[in-house]
Ligand binder design. Structure first.
Ligand code: BGC
Length: 464
């Protein structure tokens, strides 16, 4: 009898725990057969845009941490970049930007998010390259002339080699160098550029570069990962405050760009999957949102990483929040001391060419989650890698439906920047992932609008 009671008791505890985990941010699934994805509405003045990042499109980024990384193998004969690719000439966007701006106009977009390549502007410590500064100034003017509003990202995964040699963002004291660069470029363009993103996806950079070791500098150390997250958050706060007191600071919007992948349990009823997912959500999503609502950045994974940091200035350090959203990553627990989980795309969902599937409901959830910050939201990235171009249209229509639904239920979303305008250098995936609205033949640099991208063009035309 006692045994039965104990079993019953444990069963109840188990069920309660599952209910607790599941209630936090439940995995949504809509009945698409009953939904009309053309039923869209967007607020007056909603911004339709596209996004890129310097190292992925410009070409000749040969003085930064990624360039250094691309040149080496990982020591056991494996390529660091898929197919042994190097970013090289990329899309030659540095010289072909006039053509690319025409491509933007052809799509009907009115906004362009791009990043400045720090290593071109400050190739040596403290020495600024006037030609590079002038280049971006000309790009800004060309965009404005075409009626396209520029949004600048100050840091999108790359930094100069001299900064890398100083230890990059592993060292808190190096944040001062980044701040100096930001102030310099802000003074150059803030008379014309009204939207500024400080740092792109702190959590992605920290994980890939310092935990998984797939990105430069290729470290695998949870504690360093945590410190880099902390230092990048500090960099954001300091840069925000420094720029706000410069001329035009009060006239522009400045914000961080946060990526959200929800770590949903692969088996909803499985306690270990729920626990692993909860831990990952805590470390990579909630911790950053908490930092901006409480000033405290706290992450803890037993034996792996402990960070507890407080800065009250974090509370008012964003005029908006940028959200990058692609999908969720269902987590499956594994009995392996060194690797206690794996990600598995749900077989019921349509795959993309990346490791994750198409999951528009997650976009809705992420908008609600990021909305907890109480800030205006720009969707600074959203898009699909689809080599065959047989899912892009579907993806665009469903994700924009989810966006519209989030807005109609109260989310304050002001704009949407599709990732990406062009096929480009997809970091460790090299050139094999095709995110572009425009396909690029990298032998000829010819750009062609993908059929699937027409869905975006049509939605813009209907809702602009
Ligand atoms: C990054 C981009 C990247 C995109 C697609 C985002 O995490 O900001 O640089 O190309 O995802 O993977």
């Amino acid at each position: 009898m006692d045994f039965i009671f104990s079993l019953l008791f444990l069963g109840i505890i188990y069920v309660l725990l599952i209910i607790y985990f599941r209630s936090r941010d439940p995995e949504l699934h809509w009945n698409w057969a009953r939904l009309n994805v053309d039923d869209l509405s967007f607020p007056e003045g909603f911004i339709w845009g596209a996004a890129t990042a310097a190292h992925q499109v410009e070409g000749a980024c040969d003085n930064n941490n990624w360039h250094a990384w691309e040149q080496g193998g990982d020591g056991d004969g494996r390529d660091r970049i898929r197919g042994g690719a190097v970013s090289g000439a990329a899309c030659e966007h540095w010289t072909r930007y006039p053509e690319d701006i025409r491509l933007m106009s052809n799509l009907g977009i009115r906004a362009y998010r791009f990043s400045l390549e720090w290593s071109k502007i400050e190739p040596e410590e403290g020495k600024f390259n006037q030609a590079a500064l002038d280049h971006y100034s000309v790009v800004v003017d060309a965009l404005l002339t075409a009626g396209i509003e520029p949004m600048i990202t100050l840091y999108h995964f790359t930094h100069p080699i001299w900064f890398m040699k100083k230890g990059g963002f592993e060292k808190l004291e190096n944040v001062a160098f980044f701040q100096r660069f930001c102030e310099k470029v802000f003074n150059e363009y803030s008379d014309r550029v009204k939207k500024w993103c400080t740092i792109n996806e702190i959590e992605v950079e920290a994980t890939q570069s310092y935990f998984k070791g797939d990105w430069p500098p290729g470290k695998q150390d949870g504690q360093i990962m945590g410190k880099v997250m902390q230092h990048l958050l500090e960099a954001h706060v300091r840069v925000y405050r420094a720029l706000k007191i410069l001329p035009n600071g009060d006239k522009v919007e400045i914000g961080l760009v946060k990526n959200i992948f929800q770590f949903d349990p692969w088996r909803p009823w499985h306690l270990a999957d729920n626990l692993a997912g909860r831990l990952l959500n805590r470390v990579f999503n909630d911790s950053i949102i908490d930092f901006f609502t409480t000033g405290r950045f706290k992450i803890f994974i037993p034996g792996l990483v402990t960070v507890d940091h407080f800065n009250s200035q974090a509370l008012h350090s964003n005029d908006f929040i940028g959200l990058n959203y692609y999908s969720h990553l269902p987590v499956k627990f594994k009995w392996d001391r060194n690797d206690f989980f794996e990600f598995r795309a749900r077989p019921t969902e349509i795959p993309t060419d990346m490791e994750y599937s198409i999951y528009p409901e997650g976009f809705y959830r992420a908008l609600k989650q990021i909305g907890k910050l109480g800030l205006p939201i720009y969707v600074t990235e959203n898009g699909i890698a689809d080599f065959q171009d047989d899912r892009r249209k579907h993806y665009i229509r469903r994700y924009l439906y989810a966006l519209s639904r989030a807005i109609s239920t109260g989310s304050d979303v002001r704009g949407y920047y599709y990732w990406s305008l062009l096929d480009n250098f997809e970091w460790a995936e090299g050139y094999e992932m095709k995110f572009g609205l425009y396909q690029i033949d990298f032998n000829t640099q010819k750009r062609v609008l993908r059929d699937g991208a027409v869905a975006y063009q049509e939605i813009i035309a209907r809702h602009d």
